[in-house]
Design a protein around this ligand. Structure first.
Ligand SMILES: Nc1nc2c(ncn2[C@@H]2O[C@H](COP(=O)(O)OP(=O)(O)OP(=O)(O)O)[C@@H](O)[C@H]2O)c(=O)[nH]1
Ligand SMILES: [Mg+2]
Length: 362
């Protein structure tokens, strides 16, 4: 047993063992060997993932999430080889304030899709996870059904790093799960801060979940999320709440007319759903497919993916440059002093930046 553990941290092992018990993943012959994750040859990762091997997929994701540069390089080689197998999934982003019912909806929608023969992967971007210890998918009870489903793959948000870093890792994980044959990838993000923009920038369809709430039914519009939305769903339209949800939907419909440009191919629909009661989710998925068909016909689908690929590259470039900056020893020594001078008003921010750039040789 001890030999098998080689190369995996204790916590990683615990997670893997836990996951395989819960979902019944088959541990492959390859993963069962004593090889640490960074000693498995690229070709074995590639063929294993292409065959849908969950254990190798999980280990490749671990490489993607690792901060070790050797792991990073190996992950990039694997991703490059798998590139032709990526891009075929329906990529759906879901956002909404905490408690709006994202996980419940994903759980139910995911089960519906698995019932239709799909393979569903759920990833998360949770900028708050550092503080809250990974709330978004950490609480297993939130996706009870999917968590036990062998045709589902749930991966919580990488628990550390900048939003840029988390975004990169989620994109790369998306590529890996697609290569492993998952044909629906759902990315959940909590509706705070910049993470919505990041998710909207990596999916084909961005769904905003809202609640009918007393008086502030247009809360989403204030935040500017609506401009990113390909669809709005008022959730928890069940029990006593149905009428209120429908009235909120009418308000949003009106408001959206102001935000959608004239001549747009897609007019974001507004629906009421109940994730808990599986109400409206069939219609919701039909809209996702309709959007895909319409946008494919006009060429906007391909265009969106192209723009996203470039923005992925730019985000990575920024991430890498910032990484190089932080890793530079002279910057590490000088930066606190430079920042202190800026704080005291002795040095202009622009000149401070010049100095840092000079330290980098730029
Ligand atoms: N009535 C009703 N309650 C729901 C529905 N969906 C979720 N809930 C309840 O709302 C609470 C929050 O649901 P979650 O699915 O965890 O919400 P979330 O948006 O994923 O929350 P965070 O991950 O914390 O941001 C839970 O108590 C759910 O049981 C629904 O469709 N109807
Ligand atoms: Mg959740």
């Amino acid at each position: 047993m001890e030999r098998r553990n080689l190369g995996l941290r204790k916590d990683e092992l615990a997670v893997q063992r836990h996951r395989s018990e819960r979902t019944g993943f088959i541990i492959s012959a390859m993963a069962a060997t004593a090889l640490p994750a960074n000693k498995i040859p690229v070709a074995d990762y590639v063929s294993g993932i292409a065959e849908g091997d969950r254990a190798l997929l999980a280990r490749a994701i671990t490489l993607v999430e690792s901060s070790n540069p050797d792991h990073g390089r190996l992950a990039q080689s694997v991703l490059q080889e798998l590139l032709p197998r990526t891009g075929r999934a329906v990529r759906l982003g879901i956002t909404g304030v905490p408690g709006v019912g994202k996980s419940t909806t994903i759980d139910q929608l995911g089960m519906n899709l698995i019932g239709e023969g799909h393979l569903v992967a759920v990833l998360a971007i949770d900028p708050t996870s550092k503080r809250s210890g990974g709330s978004i998918l950490g609480d297993k009870t939130r996706m009870n059904s999917l968590a036990q489903e062998k045709n589902a793959f749930i991966r919580p948000s990488p628990s550390s790093g900048t939003l840029g870093g988390v975004t990169r890792r989620t994109r790369e994980t998306m590529a890996l799960v697609e290569a492993a044959g998952f044909d629906v990838v759902i990315v959940e993000t909590v509706g705070v801060g910049q993470s919505e923009v990041a998710v909207a920038d990596m999916v084909d369809f961005f769904l905003v979940l809202l609640l009918a709430g007393g008086g502030d039914d247009l809360q989403g519009i204030k935040k500017g999320i609506i401009e990113l939305a390909d669809m709005i769903a008022i959730n928890k339209a069940d029990g006593d709440n149905i009428r209120r949800a429908e009235s909120a939907a009418a308000d949003y419909k009106n408001a959206l007319q102001i935000f959608t440009p004239h001549g747009a191919t897609w007019f974001p629909p507004v629906m009421t759903v109940s994730g808990r009661e599986n109400r409206g989710l069939k219609e919701l998925w039909a809209k996702v497919l309709e959007h895909r068909k319409t946008m494919t016909e006009t060429g906007e689908f391909a265009q969106r993916r192209q723009v996203q690929a470039v923005s992925w590259m730019r985000d990575m470039l920024e991430d890498r440059l910032m990484g190089a900056l932080r890793a530079n020893p002279s910057v590490a020594t000088e930066l606190p002093k430079i920042e202190a001078s800026v704080r005291d008003g002795r040095l202009l921010p622009t000149l401070a930046v010049d100095r840092v750039m000079a330290l980098m040789g730029l």
